[in-house]
Design a protein around this ligand. Structure first.
Ligand code: ZN
Length: 242
């Protein structure tokens, strides 16, 4: 977890109307509707720009200023292929849809969802495909507050196949100090944050392909915590993105 040096809080909702970065205009067809990503646009996106796109998307989401998109038109525009800029590993929780909370459209992000946003071999394979084959520029490991899967691990729930899934979170519990006071989710939220950090570290440790891409700055791995009460994502950034 040594590469985690800074947590950056998104600006408040009142600042959301100022998302006039060069990138915003780059990706806009006419400043009123969001363009579908092409290979040409994807090639121009660096890991840093990819992170900014997600930050701007979350600011639009929490400000209720969704970008205008014609999703049916995007169906047509993506029928020959896809050029997403990001791959997002998040929880199955019904309140944490990556496309919605980052205000993205069809063809923008690869979305991997599993309870507790844990990692496994198939997910690593999906990330390798997303980055090495399909050209995504950033991997986001996104946890969330009040996560039922993390709480289940904290409460040592055992049930069918869930037991094996939650066993992936158990080592995090041993490294997370107990929290005095707070509600029943205070400790689970701390475990959820540590789980994000662990998955970020494990991606590079367990995938030679992704590790090489990270070291050559072709891609970056960032973490994030989605607050289900506010809609805000706090990012944990990689130093070379700072
Ligand atoms: Zn969850």
């Amino acid at each position: 977890m040594t590469h985690l040096t800074k947590r950056v809080k998104p600006a408040g909702p009142q600042e959301a109307i100022v998302f006039d970065s060069a990138l915003y205009f780059t990706l806009q067809a006419n400043n009123t509707s969001m363009r579908t990503l092409t290979k040409e646009l994807q090639d121009k996106i660096t890991p840093n720009i990819a992170l900014n796109i997600l930050k701007e998307g979350n600011l639009r989401f929490v400000s209720n200023l969704k970008a205008s998109r014609n999703l049916l038109q995007q169906v047509n525009e993506t029928k020959e292929g896809q050029h997403p800029f990001a791959v997002i590993l998040s929880c199955i929780d019904s309140r944490t849809s990556a496309e919605l909370i980052f205000d993205q459209g069809l063809g923008d992000v690869f979305s991997i969802r599993i309870a507790g946003n844990v990692l496994n071999e198939d997910i690593l394979g999906s990330m390798e495909f997303a980055c090495k084959v399909a050209g995504a520029k950033i991997i986001v490991v996104l946890g969330h507050t009040r996560c039922g899967a993390i709480k289940g691990a904290c409460d040592h729930v055992e049930m069918g196949h869930l037991t094996g899934l939650l066993s992936k979170i158990r080592p995090i519990l041993e490294r997370t100090p107990m929290i005095e006071g707070g509600d029943s989710y205070a400790y689970a939220d701390a475990v959820a944050a540590n789980n994000v950090h662990q998955v970020m570290d494990d991606i590079a440790k367990r995938s030679i392909i992704l590790d090489k891409m990270i070291k050559s700055h072709e891609i970056a791995v960032v973490g994030g915590m989605y607050n289900i009460e506010t809609g805000v994502v706090d990012f944990y950034e990689h130093p070379h993105l700072l």
